[in-house]
Design a protein around this ligand. Structure first.
Ligand SMILES: [Ca+2]
Length: 525
């Protein structure tokens, strides 16, 4: 067993080493400041300096960008590190800022690439800090433009910046980071990992599809990887509310709706705990709580019932009957009214223009009006213009898997942003292409997280160490058969529960506390 593991590590290490081919491999360790003179293709190093422990002053807002599984670390907690900032210009219109942080001592020998959120536009310092605190050399990029993450107008008139945002910036960052790490430590990282959620999830899948040699293991959370259709779904909801403001469901009525959903479905998984382990088994119809007479706080009006049904249902092309975008799972209702988390059940999207992706990224027409959007022909035109740039639905992960790449994907069942069912559909598309679940199981596992909102929070146990899980999978060949997640609540104390590889579901064994993971098994539903 021991020498099998050793061979596995040698193979994996050679994968890591040859992925820095094409750029200079240093033979002696550089000082941090010395990295300023490092020559990288079409790239300038603009900063290379030691930062004392606790000495990093982040620009605000520090917490921008999802951390995925990583715990938030304050700058004061950071160890001493070597900070390198660079600008990559792979095209005439590219200005891709990126940073690489390397621990001055106790480097774990590995690289961790960090993803972005929203439309990016800034380096994810919070994500990098969390990686550095775990002794990783880590990197993040602004993806080639500056902004607060809510505005896609950077792409107007800048087709090269759209390519940078879509996939090129992350790849450039990754290749350069490996070279910088190799120069600083005089050895390439033994393993390279990705951690991203939301846009960072999409970035991860784009990497796995386009650049299978970049990472050995990838943690991909709640990916917005069918961006054109995701945005069409958002626009559909937005228009439904805009055209009929009376249909808007208030937060207090969403709570009424959620209570009714739980009353109907909570116990179906064997445990009445406020969580639907498998929301696809819940077919609750909001008509059940339709007001019989006049509008009251504890019922939904007819327009509200219709709007809620629309949220649960998949959006279907009326002509072709094909799926445009899947609906949202039952159980996530409490967060639908939270504009900060969804931009959905509100009259105005937090992402500015609700048609911004079409207007700025694809149609390149500032006068385009989302109110006229044709969900058939115009969406087809958007897909054609996109050409797989921002929509990363290619199921062919064979090259990544052939390099022993491991993909750990998770998605909250109560996610109100990218639909959780889109992750299920993508996973199934890979399984179908590559010859069945048994084939894919050694390389790709999807963990649906009951009761988790977008990337974090929610009623269900949603804190879990996916980084440790992917490390164990890649380095020790221990595939994650279950991942223990915990939930902290002042009222109820801690609750732990296993997350299970889809389509398995955590199932109560029948004895012991339902707040303890040990009393649950992963089983086929
Ligand atoms: Ca339950």
């Amino acid at each position: 067993m021991k020498h099998v593991l050793a061979i596995a590590l040698v193979v994996a290490a050679s994968v890591a080493a040859d992925s820095v081919n094409g750029e200079l491999m240093a033979t002696a360790a550089e000082s941090c400041a010395g990295l300023a003179s490092l020559k990288l293709p079409s790239t300038t190093i603009v900063l290379a300096q030691r930062v004392a422990a606790g000495g990093f002053t982040p620009p605000s807002p520090y917490a921008a960008g999802p951390r995925g599984a990583l715990t938030l670390v304050t700058p004061g907690e950071l160890p001493e590190f070597c900070r390198v900032a660079g600008i990559a210009r792979p095209s005439n219109d590219s200005v891709i800022k990126f940073e690489v942080w390397m621990p001055a001592a106790n480097w774990n020998g590995k690289f961790l690439g960090i993803g972005n959120g929203g439309f990016a536009g800034s380096i994810n310092y919070a994500g990098m800090s969390a990686g550095l605190a775990r002794q990783y050399a880590t990197a993040s990029t602004d993806t080639g433009h500056q902004g607060n993450g809510t505005d896609p107008s950077f792409a107007l008139g800048h087709p090269e910046k759209l390519i940078d945002f879509s996939y090129r910036a992350v790849h450039e960052m990754t290749v350069h980071a490996k070279s910088i790490i190799a120069a600083y430590y005089a050895r390439a990282p033994r393993f390279s990992y990705w951690n991203g959620c939301s846009l960072g999830g999409r970035q991860g899948l784009a990497e796995a599809q386009r650049f299978p040699a970049d990472f050995n293991g990838m943690v991909v959370g709640a990916p917005a990887n069918w961006l054109t259709h995701f945005q069409a779904g958002r626009l559909w909801s937005h228009l439904a509310i805009e055209r009929n403001p009376d249909a808007l469901v208030s937060p207090s009525k969403l709570a009424v709706l959620h209570t009714a959903v739980l009353a109907a479905c909570d116990a179906r998984d064997g445990v009445r705990d406020g969580i639907l382990e498998d929301p696809t088994r819940c077919d609750f119809d909001p008509k059940t709580i339709e007001c019989t007479g006049e509008d009251r706080p504890d019922c939904l009006t007819r327009p509200q019932v219709e709007l809620v049904r629309q949220f649960y249902d998949s959006l279907i092309n009326p002509r072709t009957k094909k799926l445009i975008y899947p609906g949202y799972a039952r159980g996530g209702e409490p967060v639908w009214g939270d504009a900060a988390k969804t931009g959905h059940m509100v009259t105005r999207s937090r992402f500015g223009d609700p048609g911004g992706v079409f207007k700025y990224l694809l149609f390149q027409d500032p006068s385009w009006d989302y109110r006229t959007f044709d969900f058939d022909a115009e969406l087809a035109r958007a897909d054609q213009l996109d050409g797989g740039l921002t929509s990363n639905m290619d199921p062919n992960l064979r090259p990544f898997f052939a390099r022993r790449g491991k993909l750990l994907q998770y998605h909250g069942w109560s996610d109100p942003s990218p639909s959780p069912l889109n992750s299920v559909n993508y996973y199934k598309s890979v399984v179908n292409l590559l010859g069945g679940a048994a084939t894919v199981h050694d390389s790709y596992r999807l963990f649906m997280v009951p009761g988790m909102y977008h990337c974090e929070d929610g009623d269900g146990p949603n804190t879990f160490d996916s980084i440790r899980a992917i490390e164990q999978w890649v380095e020790a060949r221990q595939a994650p058969d279950r991942i223990i997640a915990s939930h902290r609540s002042d009222a109820k104390g801690d609750r732990t529960r296993p997350l299970c590889p889809y389509p398995q579901v955590a199932s109560y064994k029948g004895t012991g506390s339902t707040d303890e993971a040990a009393n649950f098994a992963c089983r086929m539903p």
